[in-house]
Design a protein around this ligand. Structure first.
Ligand code: HAM
Length: 420
C-alpha cells in the first residue's frame, strides 16, 4: 500500500469540522478589524523566499522544497506566506490608491524539518499582515488580535513574548557588541553559530544547543542598544498592550528564524506542546517591501501554526462533526424511490437526510441509522406508502409517532425546530 510522505498528514473528516470552525472564528475576527482575505499560490520562484527569508536561515539553507520545473526554472513550495503577500502587493500595485492594506490567509506551508509532535513538513498557517502602517499601534493590534482569538478559542496556558530587533540605524551597533562577546567564546559555539557568526550573529541568541545556551547566557541585550526611535516605538507597543489588558513578557533573546524583521517581534508560547512551544510568531518587517522591488513602505504581521493551535483549543473535534438529522429506512423498491426524492428535497432545504441504497433488512438499516448519529429515523415500507403515514422514531428518547408523508419536509422541520 502506498503511504503518506513522512512529515505529511491527512486531516480526516472527524477533525475537519473543528478546523473549519476555528477558521471561521479567525476569519470573522479579522474581517471585523478590516482585514481581507488574500489567496496566494502554493509555489513561487525560489528567489522570492531566498531573498526575503534570508540565505543564512535554517529555512532557506536546509528546509525548502525546491526543484527545477520542466523548463529548468527553480521553484519552491512556499515555506511561509509573508513573502508571497508582499510579492502580490507589489505586482498588483495595491499601494497605488492607498498603501494601507490588511490581509489574512490560511493554507498549507512546506518545510523539510525533522518531523516530531507539532512539527510537520506540510503544516498550516493562519496569517495576518498590515502593510503601509509604521505606527507601533499596528504591532499592538496584531498582538491584541492573537490574544482575543486565543481567548475565543478557549486556549489557556499561552504567553505572549515580545522583543525589539532594532532598525538599520541601531542594529549594527548591537551586532558588533554581540560579535565582541561571541569572539571570546567562539570555540564553545556549535558549527552553525560559528559559521553564521559574521553575517547573522543574532541567531546564536536562540540557538537550542546547550553549550551555545550556556555561552550566550550573559550576552548583551539588544534592548540596551536601541536608538531613540526604536525605543519609543517599543515603549508605545508595551503601553498600548498594557492599556488593552493584554499580558506579555519582554524577552530579550527572542530573535525569530527569518531575517526580514525590524523593531517589534513576538511569539505566543505554550507549555502544552512539549518542545514545539511556539503557536504563533511575527513582527515588523519595514524593509521587505522595498527590498523586493516595491516602494519604501513599512509592514508588520504574524502567522499562527494551525496544527499546533488545534492541539490546544478548548474545543473538542467531536462537537463539530455533523450528523444527519434524519435517516430514512426504506423497505422495498417503491419506498426506496420515494425516500431518494425526500432525501434530495431535505438536503436541498438544508436538512441532512441519509438513507440506505442497498435494500438491506430493517435490522441492518436501523444499525446504520444508529451508527450515523441521526436524530430521527423514518421507517417506510410499501404498506406505509399506501397508507400515506409512517413511523418516525426519535433516536435519543426512543419515542415513536406516526407522521404524514404528504409534506415530509415540513413535518421534519417542525420537529427539528422544537428540538434544535
Ligand atoms: P514562523 O515563526 O516561521 O513565522 O512560523 C509561524 C508559526 O508557524 C510558528 O510559530 C509555528 O506555530 C508554525 N510552524 C512553523 N513551522 C512549523 C512546522 N514545521 N510544523 C508545524 N507548525 C509550524 C512565519 O512563518 C512568518 N511568516 C510569520 C509572519 C507573518 N511574520 C510577519 N508576518
Amino acid at each position: 500500500m502506498i503511504q503518506l510522505i513522512r512529515g505529511f498528514k491527512d486531516i480526516l473528516p472527524e477533525e475537519a469540522g473543528l478546523w473549519q470552525e476555528i477558521e471561521r472564528i479567525a476569519a470573522d475576527l479579522f474581517e471585523d478589524f478590516g482585514y481581507r482575505e488574500i489567496r496566494i499560490p502554493i509555489m513561487e520562484r525560489t528567489e522570492l523566499f531566498a531573498r526575503s527569508i534570508g540565505e543564512d536561515t535554517d529555512i532557506v539553507e536546509k528546509e525548502m522544497y525546491t526543484f527545477p520545473d520542466r523548463k529548468g526554472d527553480l521553484i519552491t513550495l512556499r515555506p511561509e506566506a509573508t513573502a508571497s503577500i508582499v510579492r502580490s502587493y507589489i505586482q498588483h500595485k495595491m499601494y497605488a490608491a492607498d498603501p494601507v492594506r490588511k490581509f489574512y490567509m490560511t493554507g498549507p506551508m512546506f518545510r523539510r524539518e525533522r518531523p516530531q509532535k507539532g512539527r510537520y513538513r506540510q503544516f498550516y498557517q493562519i496569517d495576518a499582515e498590515i502593510f503601509g502602517v509604521a505606527s507601533p499601534y499596528a504591532d499592538a493590534e496584531l498582538i491584541y488580535l492573537l490574544d482575543t482569538l486565543f481567548r475565543r478559542l478557549g486556549v489557556d496556558d499561552v504567553a505572549a513574548h515580545i522583543n525589539s530587533l532594532g532598525c538599520p540605524a541601531c542594529r549594527p551597533g548591537f551586532k558588533s557588541a554581540l560579535l565582541d562577546y561571541m569572539a571570546d567564546r567562539m570555540e564553545t559555539l556549535c558549527v552553525d553559530c560559528k559559521r553564521r557568526s559574521e553575517r547573522n550573529p543574532l541567531r546564536a541568541l536562540d540557538c537550542k544547543v546547550p553549550d551555545c545556551r550556556d555561552a550566550m547566557a550573559d550576552a548583551p541585550s539588544i534592548l540596551d542598544h536601541l536608538c531613540a526611535d526604536c525605543r519609543d516605538h517599543f515603549d508605545t507597543v508595551k503601553t498600548a498592550l498594557t492599556d488593552l489588558g493584554v499580558p506579555f513578557e519582554v524577552d530579550k533573546r527572542l530573535v525569530r528564524g527569518l531575517d526580514y524583521y525590524t523593531r517589534t517581534t513576538f511569539e505566543i508560547l505554550t507549555g502544552s506542546l512539549g518542545a514545539q512551544s511556539a503557536v504563533a510568531g511575527g513582527g515588523r518587517y519595514d524593509g521587505l517591501i522595498e527590498m523586493l522591488g516595491g516602494p519604501s513602505l513599512p509592514a508588520t504581521g504574524f502567522a499562527i501554526g494551525f496544527d499546533r493551535l488545534v492541539e490546544i483549543v478548548g474545543m473538542k473535534a467531536e462537537d463539530y462533526q455533523r450528523a444527519p438529522k434524519l435517516f430514512i429506512a426504506a423497505l422495498g423498491p417503491h419506498s426506496q424511490a420515494r425516500a431518494f426524492g425526500w432525501s434530495c428535497a431535505l438536503g436541498t432545504a438544508g436538512i441532512q437526510a441519509d438513507m440506505d441504497f442497498e435494500g438491506r433488512s430493517l435490522k441492518s438499516q436501523m444499525k446504520r441509522a444508529d451508527r450515523s448519529g441521526a436524530e430521527y429515523v423514518l421507517i417506510v415500507g410499501e404498506k406505509e406508502l399506501a397508507e400515506g403515514g409512517a413511523v418516525l422514531r426519535n433516536m435519543a428518547t426512543k419515542e415513536q409517532e406516526t407522521i404524514s408523508l404528504r409534506d415530509l419536509a415540513a413535518e421534519i422541520k417542525k420537529r427539528l425546530s422544537l428540538h434544535p
